[in-house]
Design a protein around this ligand. Sequence first.
Ligand code: ADP
Length: 512
Amino acid sequence: MFKKILIANRGEIAVRILRACRELGIRSVSVFSEVDRKSLHVRLADEAYGIGPAPSRESYLRIDKLMDVARRAGCDAVHPGYGFLAENAALPRACKEAGITFIGPPAEAMEALGSKTEARQLARRVEVPTVPGTNDPTEKSAARALAESMGYPVLLKAVAGGGGKGMRLVSSDGEFESAFRDAASEAMNAFGDERLYLEKYLERPRHIEIQILADARGRVVSLGERECSVQRRHQKVVEEAPSPVVTPELRKKMSEAAVRLARAGGYVNAGTMEFLVDQRLNFYFLEVNARLQVEHPVTEQVTGLDLVKLQIAIAAGHGLPFAWETITPRGHAMEVRLYAEDPENNFFPSPGKILSRQVPSGPGIRLDEGVYEGWTVPNDYDPLLSKLIAWGNSREETVARLRRALDEYTITGIRTNAGLFRRILREPEFLRGEIHTRWIDELLRPGRAAARSASDRGGEADLNAARDAAAIAAAIWQSRQSAGQAADGSGPKETSSRWKREGRRQQLDGMP
Ligand code: ADP
Protein backbone atom coordinates (compact mmCIF):
# COMPACT_ATOMS: atom_id res chain seq x y z
CA MET A 1 0.00 0.00 0.00
CA PHE A 2 1.07 3.60 -0.53
CA LYS A 3 2.77 5.56 2.23
CA LYS A 4 2.04 9.11 1.18
CA ILE A 5 -0.49 10.51 -1.31
CA LEU A 6 -0.38 13.92 -2.95
CA ILE A 7 -3.87 15.37 -3.36
CA ALA A 8 -3.77 17.56 -6.48
CA ASN A 9 -6.96 19.44 -5.70
CA ARG A 10 -8.69 21.70 -3.19
CA GLY A 11 -12.01 22.17 -1.40
CA GLU A 12 -14.44 19.44 -0.42
CA ILE A 13 -12.96 16.77 -2.68
CA ALA A 14 -9.45 17.26 -1.27
CA VAL A 15 -10.92 16.88 2.22
CA ARG A 16 -12.84 13.77 1.12
CA ILE A 17 -9.65 12.16 -0.21
CA LEU A 18 -7.49 13.00 2.77
CA ARG A 19 -10.10 11.50 5.07
CA ALA A 20 -9.84 8.22 3.14
CA CYS A 21 -6.03 8.40 3.43
CA ARG A 22 -6.27 8.93 7.18
CA GLU A 23 -8.54 5.90 7.58
CA LEU A 24 -6.09 3.79 5.56
CA GLY A 25 -3.10 4.97 7.57
CA ILE A 26 -1.61 6.75 4.55
CA ARG A 27 -0.07 10.22 5.00
CA SER A 28 -1.74 12.98 2.98
CA VAL A 29 -0.06 15.93 1.28
CA SER A 30 -2.16 18.94 0.28
CA VAL A 31 -1.25 21.75 -2.09
CA PHE A 32 -2.63 25.25 -1.92
CA SER A 33 -2.70 28.51 -3.85
CA GLU A 34 -2.10 31.82 -2.10
CA VAL A 35 -5.81 32.34 -1.38
CA ASP A 36 -6.20 28.81 -0.02
CA ARG A 37 -3.53 29.03 2.69
CA LYS A 38 -6.19 28.77 5.41
CA SER A 39 -8.47 26.28 3.64
CA LEU A 40 -9.78 23.20 5.39
CA HIS A 41 -7.91 20.85 3.05
CA VAL A 42 -4.67 22.51 4.21
CA ARG A 43 -5.59 22.39 7.90
CA LEU A 44 -6.52 18.72 7.87
CA ALA A 45 -3.61 17.41 5.77
CA ASP A 46 -0.49 15.86 7.29
CA GLU A 47 1.64 18.19 5.16
CA ALA A 48 0.81 21.12 2.86
CA TYR A 49 2.80 23.00 0.23
CA GLY A 50 2.13 26.35 -1.48
CA ILE A 51 2.06 26.14 -5.29
CA GLY A 52 1.58 29.76 -6.34
CA PRO A 53 -0.97 32.49 -7.00
CA ALA A 54 -4.75 32.13 -6.97
CA PRO A 55 -5.43 31.66 -10.71
CA SER A 56 -5.54 27.89 -11.25
CA ARG A 57 -3.39 28.18 -14.37
CA GLU A 58 -0.59 29.33 -12.07
CA SER A 59 -1.23 26.82 -9.30
CA TYR A 60 -3.64 23.85 -9.38
CA LEU A 61 -3.14 23.32 -13.13
CA ARG A 62 0.67 23.38 -12.99
CA ILE A 63 1.86 19.80 -13.43
CA ASP A 64 5.50 20.83 -12.95
CA LYS A 65 4.77 22.33 -9.52
CA LEU A 66 2.70 19.33 -8.44
CA MET A 67 5.44 16.90 -9.47
CA ASP A 68 7.99 19.00 -7.65
CA VAL A 69 5.94 18.81 -4.42
CA ALA A 70 5.40 15.06 -4.91
CA ARG A 71 9.16 14.54 -5.18
CA ARG A 72 10.08 16.85 -2.33
CA ALA A 73 7.50 15.34 0.01
CA GLY A 74 8.35 11.77 -1.03
CA CYS A 75 4.84 10.86 -2.26
CA ASP A 76 4.33 7.51 -3.94
CA ALA A 77 0.90 8.30 -5.45
CA VAL A 78 -1.18 11.25 -6.71
CA HIS A 79 -4.97 11.57 -6.48
CA PRO A 80 -6.38 14.22 -8.86
CA GLY A 81 -9.93 14.52 -7.42
CA TYR A 82 -12.34 15.95 -10.03
CA GLY A 83 -12.01 19.08 -12.17
CA PHE A 84 -8.59 20.73 -12.61
CA LEU A 85 -6.22 18.07 -14.04
CA ALA A 86 -8.37 15.02 -13.30
CA GLU A 87 -9.02 14.23 -16.97
CA ASN A 88 -5.80 15.55 -18.45
CA ALA A 89 -3.68 12.65 -19.73
CA ALA A 90 -0.53 14.73 -19.21
CA LEU A 91 -0.84 14.16 -15.43
CA PRO A 92 -0.75 10.33 -15.50
CA ARG A 93 2.11 10.60 -18.03
CA ALA A 94 4.10 12.95 -15.77
CA CYS A 95 3.46 10.62 -12.82
CA LYS A 96 4.73 7.65 -14.81
CA GLU A 97 7.88 9.51 -15.74
CA ALA A 98 8.47 10.41 -12.10
CA GLY A 99 7.84 6.84 -10.95
CA ILE A 100 4.73 7.84 -8.98
CA THR A 101 1.38 6.02 -9.22
CA PHE A 102 -1.55 7.98 -10.63
CA ILE A 103 -4.82 7.11 -8.87
CA GLY A 104 -7.06 6.96 -11.92
CA PRO A 105 -7.22 5.46 -15.39
CA PRO A 106 -4.13 5.02 -17.61
CA ALA A 107 -3.39 7.96 -19.94
CA GLU A 108 -4.38 5.88 -23.00
CA ALA A 109 -7.81 4.98 -21.59
CA MET A 110 -8.35 8.59 -20.58
CA GLU A 111 -7.67 9.65 -24.15
CA ALA A 112 -9.74 6.91 -25.76
CA LEU A 113 -12.77 7.66 -23.61
CA GLY A 114 -12.23 11.29 -22.64
CA SER A 115 -12.67 12.66 -26.15
CA LYS A 116 -16.41 12.78 -26.71
CA THR A 117 -16.23 11.83 -30.38
CA GLU A 118 -13.78 8.98 -29.85
CA ALA A 119 -15.92 7.64 -27.02
CA ARG A 120 -18.96 7.76 -29.34
CA GLN A 121 -17.06 5.78 -31.97
CA LEU A 122 -16.00 3.21 -29.40
CA ALA A 123 -19.58 2.96 -28.10
CA ARG A 124 -20.87 2.22 -31.58
CA ARG A 125 -18.22 -0.45 -32.09
CA VAL A 126 -19.40 -2.31 -28.97
CA GLU A 127 -23.08 -1.78 -29.78
CA VAL A 128 -23.87 0.72 -27.08
CA PRO A 129 -26.57 3.06 -28.43
CA THR A 130 -25.51 6.72 -28.80
CA VAL A 131 -27.56 9.90 -29.24
CA PRO A 132 -28.00 10.33 -33.04
CA GLY A 133 -25.44 12.74 -34.48
CA THR A 134 -21.89 12.88 -35.82
CA ASN A 135 -19.06 10.72 -34.50
CA ASP A 136 -16.21 12.89 -35.76
CA PRO A 137 -15.33 16.54 -35.42
CA THR A 138 -17.62 18.17 -37.98
CA GLU A 139 -17.15 21.14 -40.34
CA LYS A 140 -19.78 23.82 -40.34
CA SER A 141 -21.37 23.05 -43.71
CA ALA A 142 -21.58 19.30 -43.05
CA ALA A 143 -23.01 19.90 -39.59
CA ARG A 144 -25.60 22.25 -41.00
CA ALA A 145 -26.65 19.80 -43.68
CA LEU A 146 -27.00 17.03 -41.12
CA ALA A 147 -29.04 19.28 -38.81
CA GLU A 148 -31.39 19.95 -41.73
CA SER A 149 -31.81 16.26 -42.47
CA MET A 150 -32.14 15.15 -38.80
CA GLY A 151 -34.46 18.03 -38.03
CA TYR A 152 -34.08 20.77 -35.40
CA PRO A 153 -33.48 21.20 -32.49
CA VAL A 154 -29.86 20.03 -32.46
CA LEU A 155 -27.01 20.50 -30.03
CA LEU A 156 -23.53 21.65 -31.04
CA LYS A 157 -20.93 20.27 -28.66
CA ALA A 158 -17.22 20.75 -28.13
CA VAL A 159 -15.18 17.61 -28.85
CA ALA A 160 -13.08 18.45 -25.79
CA GLY A 161 -16.18 19.57 -23.85
CA GLY A 162 -16.97 19.59 -20.17
CA GLY A 163 -18.95 21.71 -17.72
CA GLY A 164 -21.38 22.68 -20.47
CA LYS A 165 -18.77 24.86 -22.19
CA GLY A 166 -18.83 25.02 -25.98
CA MET A 167 -22.36 23.63 -26.04
CA ARG A 168 -25.13 25.41 -27.99
CA LEU A 169 -28.74 24.50 -28.60
CA VAL A 170 -29.83 25.36 -32.15
CA SER A 171 -33.58 25.52 -32.72
CA SER A 172 -33.65 26.49 -36.39
CA ASP A 173 -31.47 26.92 -39.45
CA GLY A 174 -31.53 30.70 -38.97
CA GLU A 175 -29.64 30.34 -35.68
CA PHE A 176 -27.08 27.86 -36.99
CA GLU A 177 -24.37 30.21 -38.23
CA SER A 178 -24.04 32.29 -35.06
CA ALA A 179 -24.47 29.30 -32.74
CA PHE A 180 -21.63 27.47 -34.50
CA ARG A 181 -19.37 30.50 -34.25
CA ASP A 182 -20.15 31.05 -30.54
CA ALA A 183 -19.73 27.37 -29.60
CA ALA A 184 -16.40 27.12 -31.45
CA SER A 185 -14.97 30.24 -29.86
CA GLU A 186 -16.15 29.22 -26.37
CA ALA A 187 -14.58 25.79 -26.89
CA MET A 188 -11.34 27.42 -28.06
CA ASN A 189 -11.21 29.63 -24.96
CA ALA A 190 -12.04 26.85 -22.53
CA PHE A 191 -10.09 23.93 -24.01
CA GLY A 192 -7.75 25.36 -26.67
CA ASP A 193 -9.66 23.16 -29.14
CA GLU A 194 -12.42 24.63 -31.29
CA ARG A 195 -13.61 21.39 -32.88
CA LEU A 196 -17.34 20.68 -32.61
CA TYR A 197 -19.70 17.82 -33.31
CA LEU A 198 -23.44 17.57 -33.51
CA GLU A 199 -26.14 15.68 -31.63
CA LYS A 200 -29.87 15.51 -31.99
CA TYR A 201 -31.33 17.46 -29.05
CA LEU A 202 -33.49 15.03 -27.09
CA GLU A 203 -36.61 16.64 -25.63
CA ARG A 204 -36.91 16.32 -21.86
CA PRO A 205 -34.63 13.32 -21.35
CA ARG A 206 -33.40 12.02 -18.05
CA HIS A 207 -29.70 11.97 -17.26
CA ILE A 208 -28.85 8.60 -15.73
CA GLU A 209 -25.30 7.41 -15.27
CA ILE A 210 -23.61 4.17 -14.30
CA GLN A 211 -20.75 4.04 -11.81
CA ILE A 212 -18.19 1.44 -12.71
CA LEU A 213 -15.08 0.10 -11.03
CA ALA A 214 -12.36 -1.68 -12.99
CA ASP A 215 -9.26 -3.31 -11.55
CA ALA A 216 -5.97 -3.80 -13.35
CA ARG A 217 -6.64 -7.55 -13.67
CA GLY A 218 -9.52 -7.18 -16.13
CA ARG A 219 -12.48 -7.29 -13.73
CA VAL A 220 -15.08 -4.56 -14.35
CA VAL A 221 -18.17 -4.15 -12.14
CA SER A 222 -21.14 -1.80 -12.18
CA LEU A 223 -22.24 -0.22 -8.90
CA GLY A 224 -25.59 0.78 -10.40
CA GLU A 225 -27.02 4.08 -11.49
CA ARG A 226 -27.34 7.65 -10.31
CA GLU A 227 -30.22 9.80 -11.47
CA CYS A 228 -28.90 13.31 -12.22
CA SER A 229 -31.79 14.85 -14.12
CA VAL A 230 -32.25 17.78 -11.78
CA GLN A 231 -29.99 20.30 -13.53
CA ARG A 232 -29.86 24.05 -13.83
CA ARG A 233 -28.61 25.13 -17.22
CA HIS A 234 -27.35 21.59 -17.91
CA GLN A 235 -25.39 21.45 -14.65
CA LYS A 236 -26.37 18.87 -12.03
CA VAL A 237 -27.67 20.19 -8.71
CA VAL A 238 -29.49 17.19 -7.15
CA GLU A 239 -28.47 13.54 -7.60
CA GLU A 240 -29.97 10.36 -6.27
CA ALA A 241 -29.54 6.60 -6.27
CA PRO A 242 -31.34 4.51 -7.28
CA SER A 243 -33.26 6.31 -10.04
CA PRO A 244 -37.03 6.41 -9.48
CA VAL A 245 -37.57 4.96 -12.99
CA VAL A 246 -34.84 2.36 -13.35
CA THR A 247 -36.11 -1.22 -13.07
CA PRO A 248 -33.77 -4.13 -12.26
CA GLU A 249 -33.91 -5.11 -15.97
CA LEU A 250 -32.96 -1.61 -17.16
CA ARG A 251 -30.21 -1.42 -14.54
CA LYS A 252 -28.82 -4.69 -15.84
CA LYS A 253 -28.93 -3.54 -19.47
CA MET A 254 -27.34 -0.16 -18.76
CA SER A 255 -24.73 -1.77 -16.52
CA GLU A 256 -23.81 -4.27 -19.23
CA ALA A 257 -23.44 -1.46 -21.76
CA ALA A 258 -21.24 0.55 -19.36
CA VAL A 259 -19.05 -2.46 -18.58
CA ARG A 260 -18.67 -3.27 -22.31
CA LEU A 261 -17.56 0.27 -23.00
CA ALA A 262 -15.11 0.33 -20.08
CA ARG A 263 -13.54 -2.92 -21.28
CA ALA A 264 -13.31 -1.70 -24.86
CA GLY A 265 -11.50 1.44 -23.70
CA GLY A 266 -9.05 -0.45 -21.46
CA TYR A 267 -10.44 1.40 -18.46
CA VAL A 268 -9.00 0.93 -14.97
CA ASN A 269 -10.13 2.53 -11.68
CA ALA A 270 -13.45 4.33 -10.93
CA GLY A 271 -15.32 5.86 -13.85
CA THR A 272 -18.79 6.90 -14.92
CA MET A 273 -20.67 6.25 -18.14
CA GLU A 274 -23.31 8.91 -18.67
CA PHE A 275 -26.53 8.22 -20.58
CA LEU A 276 -29.61 10.14 -21.63
CA VAL A 277 -32.82 8.19 -21.20
CA ASP A 278 -35.96 9.09 -23.15
CA GLN A 279 -39.55 8.92 -21.95
CA ARG A 280 -39.89 5.34 -23.23
CA LEU A 281 -36.79 4.34 -21.23
CA ASN A 282 -34.53 3.93 -24.26
CA PHE A 283 -31.00 4.87 -23.23
CA TYR A 284 -28.30 6.58 -25.26
CA PHE A 285 -24.63 6.89 -24.33
CA LEU A 286 -23.58 10.49 -23.73
CA GLU A 287 -20.00 10.54 -22.44
CA VAL A 288 -17.49 8.99 -20.06
CA ASN A 289 -16.21 10.78 -16.98
CA ALA A 290 -12.80 9.24 -16.48
CA ARG A 291 -12.53 10.17 -12.79
CA LEU A 292 -14.31 10.28 -9.46
CA GLN A 293 -17.49 12.34 -9.71
CA VAL A 294 -18.91 15.05 -7.48
CA GLU A 295 -21.98 12.90 -6.84
CA HIS A 296 -20.12 9.70 -5.89
CA PRO A 297 -21.45 9.80 -2.27
CA VAL A 298 -24.98 8.71 -3.27
CA THR A 299 -23.53 5.50 -4.70
CA GLU A 300 -21.46 5.04 -1.55
CA GLN A 301 -24.55 5.42 0.63
CA VAL A 302 -26.58 2.77 -1.21
CA THR A 303 -23.74 0.28 -1.76
CA GLY A 304 -21.90 0.74 1.54
CA LEU A 305 -18.62 1.01 -0.40
CA ASP A 306 -15.99 3.73 -0.06
CA LEU A 307 -15.12 4.70 -3.63
CA VAL A 308 -12.04 6.72 -2.74
CA LYS A 309 -10.52 3.88 -0.73
CA LEU A 310 -11.33 1.54 -3.61
CA GLN A 311 -9.66 3.89 -6.09
CA ILE A 312 -6.55 3.80 -3.92
CA ALA A 313 -6.71 0.00 -3.57
CA ILE A 314 -7.12 -0.49 -7.34
CA ALA A 315 -4.19 1.85 -8.05
CA ALA A 316 -2.11 -0.21 -5.59
CA GLY A 317 -2.87 -3.33 -7.68
CA HIS A 318 -5.64 -4.96 -5.62
CA GLY A 319 -8.39 -6.93 -7.38
CA LEU A 320 -12.16 -6.48 -7.04
CA PRO A 321 -14.15 -9.30 -5.37
CA PHE A 322 -16.33 -11.51 -7.60
CA ALA A 323 -19.33 -10.90 -5.35
CA TRP A 324 -19.62 -7.31 -6.50
CA GLU A 325 -20.78 -8.32 -9.96
CA THR A 326 -24.33 -8.55 -8.64
CA ILE A 327 -24.43 -5.64 -6.24
CA THR A 328 -27.90 -4.15 -5.67
CA PRO A 329 -28.65 -0.80 -4.04
CA ARG A 330 -29.93 -0.73 -0.46
CA GLY A 331 -32.32 2.05 0.49
CA HIS A 332 -32.18 5.45 -1.20
CA ALA A 333 -29.67 8.32 -1.18
CA MET A 334 -29.92 11.90 -2.40
CA GLU A 335 -27.39 14.73 -2.61
CA VAL A 336 -27.83 18.48 -3.01
CA ARG A 337 -24.94 20.73 -4.03
CA LEU A 338 -24.81 23.79 -1.80
CA TYR A 339 -23.08 26.66 -3.56
CA ALA A 340 -22.03 30.11 -2.41
CA GLU A 341 -24.22 31.88 -4.91
CA ASP A 342 -26.92 34.47 -4.83
CA PRO A 343 -30.33 33.32 -6.01
CA GLU A 344 -31.51 36.96 -5.95
CA ASN A 345 -28.81 37.83 -8.44
CA ASN A 346 -29.02 35.19 -11.16
CA PHE A 347 -27.23 32.61 -9.00
CA PHE A 348 -24.05 34.60 -9.37
CA PRO A 349 -21.16 33.46 -7.12
CA SER A 350 -21.38 34.99 -3.67
CA PRO A 351 -17.93 34.58 -2.14
CA GLY A 352 -17.06 36.16 1.20
CA LYS A 353 -16.46 35.40 4.84
CA ILE A 354 -18.61 32.80 6.57
CA LEU A 355 -19.65 34.62 9.74
CA SER A 356 -21.53 31.82 11.42
CA ARG A 357 -23.13 28.54 10.56
CA GLN A 358 -25.08 25.68 11.97
CA VAL A 359 -24.68 22.34 10.22
CA PRO A 360 -27.18 19.49 10.17
CA SER A 361 -26.57 16.03 11.55
CA GLY A 362 -28.66 13.16 12.92
CA PRO A 363 -29.89 9.92 11.34
CA GLY A 364 -29.03 9.38 7.70
CA ILE A 365 -27.22 12.67 7.16
CA ARG A 366 -23.75 13.12 5.64
CA LEU A 367 -22.06 16.44 4.89
CA ASP A 368 -19.01 16.49 2.59
CA GLU A 369 -17.48 19.93 2.66
CA GLY A 370 -14.35 22.04 2.60
CA VAL A 371 -15.43 25.07 4.63
CA TYR A 372 -15.58 26.28 8.24
CA GLU A 373 -16.86 29.24 10.24
CA GLY A 374 -14.58 32.26 9.86
CA TRP A 375 -13.16 31.07 6.51
CA THR A 376 -13.42 33.30 3.47
CA VAL A 377 -14.80 31.61 0.33
CA PRO A 378 -12.48 32.80 -2.45
CA ASN A 379 -13.67 34.27 -5.68
CA ASP A 380 -11.28 32.27 -7.82
CA TYR A 381 -12.82 28.79 -8.01
CA ASP A 382 -16.06 26.93 -8.40
CA PRO A 383 -18.06 28.07 -5.33
CA LEU A 384 -19.20 24.61 -4.17
CA LEU A 385 -19.41 24.80 -0.36
CA SER A 386 -20.90 21.52 0.77
CA LYS A 387 -22.62 18.44 -0.49
CA LEU A 388 -25.50 17.54 1.77
CA ILE A 389 -26.38 13.86 1.42
CA ALA A 390 -29.27 11.98 2.99
CA TRP A 391 -29.88 8.25 3.14
CA GLY A 392 -33.17 6.54 4.05
CA ASN A 393 -34.93 3.22 3.67
CA SER A 394 -37.18 4.67 0.97
CA ARG A 395 -37.12 7.71 -1.33
CA GLU A 396 -39.80 9.32 0.89
CA GLU A 397 -37.74 8.90 4.05
CA THR A 398 -34.66 10.23 2.26
CA VAL A 399 -36.51 13.34 1.06
CA ALA A 400 -37.91 13.93 4.55
CA ARG A 401 -34.42 13.67 6.06
CA LEU A 402 -32.95 16.00 3.49
CA ARG A 403 -35.70 18.56 4.10
CA ARG A 404 -35.17 18.30 7.84
CA ALA A 405 -31.40 18.71 7.37
CA LEU A 406 -31.89 21.77 5.17
CA ASP A 407 -34.07 23.30 7.87
CA GLU A 408 -31.25 22.79 10.38
CA TYR A 409 -28.68 24.32 8.02
CA THR A 410 -28.00 28.04 8.49
CA ILE A 411 -25.09 30.10 7.27
CA THR A 412 -24.50 33.83 7.59
CA GLY A 413 -22.11 36.14 5.77
CA ILE A 414 -22.63 34.65 2.32
CA ARG A 415 -25.61 33.71 0.21
CA THR A 416 -26.31 30.13 -0.78
CA ASN A 417 -28.68 28.26 -3.05
CA ALA A 418 -30.21 26.28 -0.12
CA GLY A 419 -33.62 27.87 -0.77
CA LEU A 420 -33.71 26.31 -4.22
CA PHE A 421 -33.47 22.82 -2.68
CA ARG A 422 -36.11 23.58 -0.06
CA ARG A 423 -38.35 24.39 -2.97
CA ILE A 424 -37.41 21.41 -5.15
CA LEU A 425 -37.98 18.98 -2.28
CA ARG A 426 -41.60 20.13 -1.99
CA GLU A 427 -42.48 20.16 -5.67
CA PRO A 428 -45.15 17.52 -6.42
CA GLU A 429 -43.48 16.52 -9.70
CA PHE A 430 -40.16 15.96 -7.97
CA LEU A 431 -41.84 13.94 -5.25
CA ARG A 432 -43.43 11.76 -7.92
CA GLY A 433 -40.03 11.36 -9.57
CA GLU A 434 -41.32 13.02 -12.74
CA ILE A 435 -38.19 14.93 -13.62
CA HIS A 436 -36.12 15.59 -16.72
CA THR A 437 -33.04 17.65 -17.51
CA ARG A 438 -35.01 20.84 -18.29
CA TRP A 439 -37.29 20.49 -15.28
CA ILE A 440 -35.80 23.20 -13.03
CA ASP A 441 -35.26 25.61 -15.88
CA GLU A 442 -38.95 25.25 -16.72
CA LEU A 443 -39.93 25.45 -13.04
CA LEU A 444 -38.04 28.70 -12.55
CA ARG A 445 -39.33 30.28 -15.74
CA PRO A 446 -41.46 33.32 -14.89
CA GLY A 447 -45.16 32.75 -15.50
CA ARG A 448 -44.99 29.01 -14.97
CA ALA A 449 -47.07 29.22 -11.76
CA ALA A 450 -50.20 30.25 -13.66
CA ALA A 451 -49.97 27.24 -15.94
CA ARG A 452 -49.78 24.68 -13.18
CA SER A 453 -52.47 22.15 -12.49
CA ALA A 454 -55.02 22.66 -9.73
CA SER A 455 -53.61 19.71 -7.76
CA ASP A 456 -50.26 21.46 -7.48
CA ARG A 457 -51.70 24.71 -6.14
CA GLY A 458 -51.21 23.80 -2.47
CA GLY A 459 -47.46 23.71 -2.97
CA GLU A 460 -47.60 27.04 -4.75
CA ALA A 461 -49.41 28.67 -1.81
CA ASP A 462 -46.68 27.39 0.52
CA LEU A 463 -44.10 28.84 -1.76
CA ASN A 464 -45.75 32.20 -1.90
CA ALA A 465 -45.81 32.29 1.90
CA ALA A 466 -42.14 31.33 1.99
CA ARG A 467 -41.33 33.97 -0.60
CA ASP A 468 -43.06 36.64 1.52
CA ALA A 469 -41.12 35.50 4.59
CA ALA A 470 -37.90 35.68 2.59
CA ALA A 471 -38.70 39.18 1.36
CA ILE A 472 -39.36 40.35 4.93
CA ALA A 473 -36.15 38.75 6.19
CA ALA A 474 -34.17 40.32 3.35
CA ALA A 475 -35.68 43.75 4.07
CA ILE A 476 -34.78 43.47 7.77
CA TRP A 477 -31.26 42.45 6.92
CA GLN A 478 -30.83 45.27 4.44
CA SER A 479 -32.03 47.87 6.93
CA ARG A 480 -29.60 46.49 9.53
CA GLN A 481 -26.79 46.48 7.06
CA SER A 482 -27.36 50.09 6.13
CA ALA A 483 -27.30 50.85 9.87
CA GLY A 484 -23.80 49.28 9.92
CA GLN A 485 -24.66 46.15 11.88
CA ALA A 486 -23.67 43.48 9.40
CA ALA A 487 -20.25 42.86 10.90
CA ASP A 488 -21.74 41.61 14.16
CA GLY A 489 -22.90 38.40 12.56
CA SER A 490 -26.35 39.49 11.52
CA GLY A 491 -25.49 38.95 7.86
CA PRO A 492 -27.84 37.53 5.27
CA LYS A 493 -29.44 34.55 6.90
CA GLU A 494 -30.69 31.83 4.63
CA THR A 495 -34.42 31.76 4.33
CA SER A 496 -36.48 29.28 2.47
CA SER A 497 -36.86 30.91 -0.90
CA ARG A 498 -34.16 32.99 -2.40
CA TRP A 499 -34.44 31.44 -5.80
CA LYS A 500 -36.40 34.14 -7.54
CA ARG A 501 -34.56 34.64 -10.77
CA GLU A 502 -32.89 32.23 -13.05
CA GLY A 503 -29.30 32.67 -14.03
CA ARG A 504 -26.05 31.06 -14.78
CA ARG A 505 -23.24 30.42 -12.43
CA GLN A 506 -20.13 32.06 -13.71
CA GLN A 507 -17.93 29.54 -15.46
CA LEU A 508 -14.89 29.39 -13.25
CA ASP A 509 -11.60 27.62 -13.40
CA GLY A 510 -11.60 24.07 -12.22
CA MET A 511 -15.30 23.48 -12.56
CA PRO A 512 -16.01 19.77 -12.67
P1 ADP B 1 -20.65 18.46 -20.42
O1 ADP B 1 -19.61 17.39 -20.47
O2 ADP B 1 -20.23 19.74 -21.07
O3 ADP B 1 -21.24 18.65 -19.06
P2 ADP B 1 -22.64 16.56 -21.39
O4 ADP B 1 -22.50 15.94 -22.72
O5 ADP B 1 -22.25 15.73 -20.19
O6 ADP B 1 -21.83 17.94 -21.37
O7 ADP B 1 -24.11 17.05 -21.19
C1 ADP B 1 -24.50 17.79 -20.05
C2 ADP B 1 -26.01 17.89 -20.02
O8 ADP B 1 -26.48 18.55 -21.21
C3 ADP B 1 -26.76 16.57 -20.01
O9 ADP B 1 -26.88 16.04 -18.72
C4 ADP B 1 -28.10 16.98 -20.57
O10 ADP B 1 -28.86 17.69 -19.62
C5 ADP B 1 -27.70 17.97 -21.64
N1 ADP B 1 -27.52 17.31 -22.94
C6 ADP B 1 -26.36 16.88 -23.48
N2 ADP B 1 -26.56 16.33 -24.68
C7 ADP B 1 -27.88 16.39 -24.93
C8 ADP B 1 -28.73 15.98 -26.02
N3 ADP B 1 -28.24 15.41 -27.12
N4 ADP B 1 -30.06 16.21 -25.91
C9 ADP B 1 -30.58 16.80 -24.81
N5 ADP B 1 -29.84 17.22 -23.75
C10 ADP B 1 -28.51 17.02 -23.81
